[in-house]
Write a protein that binds this ligand. Structure first.
Ligand code: ADP
Ligand code: MG
Length: 396
């Protein structure tokens, strides 16, 4: 069964519970990147304009089921209010009397935010009683939280069993973009993979080997694959368990895969990761035992650029190096520039990859920057996202 989309719903005067992923990075109460709030705003504005009572649910950080003052959604409500040019109140709890009285006081078109759902341990446990309590606050449920769709929690997967449920426009757009590149990509289809979360991403490589024409790899992912090839990568970030990377290499050797996989031939290395440290270029086979690979080198960057320039579709997940430090940003900048210059349809997934695209000035030139990291990767892997499945199975 396919999910219902929000554009078709009659929302005027209804209490509409909207799950968004407003889990933004905070630095002492200050929002350092409001991308997710900006991405959710059109959904909320649209509902408000259509006369709904808009009740926003989200998590923030990992409070582990108790109230943590520093993880209040108060700064998010305030920023959302600025973006929407509306007064967005925050109810001090997401269930119970505080939520109920705040909702009772709403007029059509108002936007109310409920406090961090993860202040209750029942949220992450996907407790049915808690999901029912949340559902009782609304007439309709909208799941627009693509970034959290891979989690089976009460507010992402539980509520849909109790009230009429719809997929929000942001979630729908994310899935449509991913479906289009997974089902029928313009070729050559090039994947650019890097970053630090190697163990999480190996399964994605396996799937991309079947889908893509070329895969270029940097970051900790490349270090792990190089180590699995028997290259000593010194103190570089890599997965301790080389088994999965070894399996990828073995699969490539069979010749029964679609994609060509490219690993770095040279790197930017240093003995420690800090501002102003001495760096130099080294062939990957000549990294000293006390050194770390912190970026792809210039020969590799040029090689990858050549491959990317031929692409008609690019999927980018994971920076090529520690781009947060200028000394190790050149590789990420080079692939980003190549993606822009290729004119390919480009999809960027992953929080740090999106941050790199913003920091290096490429964000506006990419076709789509996904608000999901883990969710994007699990979807590419071909796994069902519990948040989406719940909408499809919604009895209401
Ligand atoms: P995303 O959030 O885009 O999915 P990850 O979270 O997997 O990406 O990884 C991002 C992080 O990887 C960045 O903070 C970057 O500094 C780090 N990184 C990239 N290359 C290396 C490397 N060679 N050594 C250590 N860290 C790296
Ligand atoms: Mg990350």
């Amino acid at each position: 069964m396919s999910e219902r989309r929000l554009a078709d719903a009659d929302v005027r005067g209804k209490r509409v519970l909207v799950r968004e992923d407003l889990n933004v990075p905070l630095d002492g109460g200050h929002i350092t990147d409001d991308t997710r709030i900006l991405a959710a705003a059109p959904t909320l504005r649209g509902l408000s304009d259509r006369g709904a009572k808009v009740i926003v649910l989200s998590h923030l950080g990992r409070p582990d089921g108790k109230v943590v003052e520093g993880l209040s959604l108060a700064p998010v409500a305030s920023r959302l209010g600025d973006i929407l040019d509306l007064r967005v109140k925050l109810a001090t709890d997401c269930v119970g009397p505080a939520a109920e009285s705040a909702i009772d006081a709403m007029n059509d078109g108002d936007v109310l935010m409920l406090e961090n759902v993860r202040f209750h341990k029942e949220e992450e446990a996907n407790d049915p009683g808690f999901a029912k309590q949340l559902a009782a606050l609304g007439d309709l449920y909208v799941n627009d939280a693509f970034g959290t769709a891979h989690r089976a929690h009460a507010s992402t997967a539980g509520i849909a069993a109790y009230i009429p449920s719809y997929m929000g426009p942001l979630m729908a757009r994310e899935l449509d973009v991913l479906d289009s590149i997974l089902a029928d990509p313009h070729r050559p289809f090039v994947a650019v993979l890097g970053g630090a979360k190697v163990a999480d991403k190996i399964a994605v490589i396996e799937r991309l080997l079947e889908l893509c024409d070329q895969i270029v790899v940097g970051g900790g992912m490349a270090n792990t694959l190089l180590a699995a090839e028997g290259i000593d990568v010194g103190k570089s970030l890599r997965d301790a368990d080389l088994g999965p990377a070894g399996a990828v290499l073995a699969k490539l050797k069979t010749g029964h895969v679609k994609a060509h996989l490219h690993l770095p031939s040279d790197a930017v290395v240093a003995v420690e990761l800090k501002e102003g440290v001495d760096t130099h270029f080294a062939e990957v086979s000549k990294v000293a035992p006390d050194e770390m690979i912190l970026d792809i080198g210039p020969t590799t960057a040029e090689h990858y650029r050549g491959i990317i320039l031929h692409a008609k579709t690019v999927l980018w997940n994971g920076p090529m190096g520690v781009f947060e430090n200028d000394a190790f940003a050149a590789g990420t900048e080079a692939v980003g520039q190549a993606i822009v210059d290729s004119g390919a349809m480009s999809v960027v997934g992953g929080g740090d990859s999106a941050a790199a695209a913003h920091q290096l000035g490429f964000a506006a030139k990419m076709t789509h920057i996904s608000t999901g990291g883990g969710a994007t990767l699990e979807y590419i892997e071909g796994r069902d996202l519990p948040g989406v499945t719940a909408l499809r199975n919604s009895a209401q």
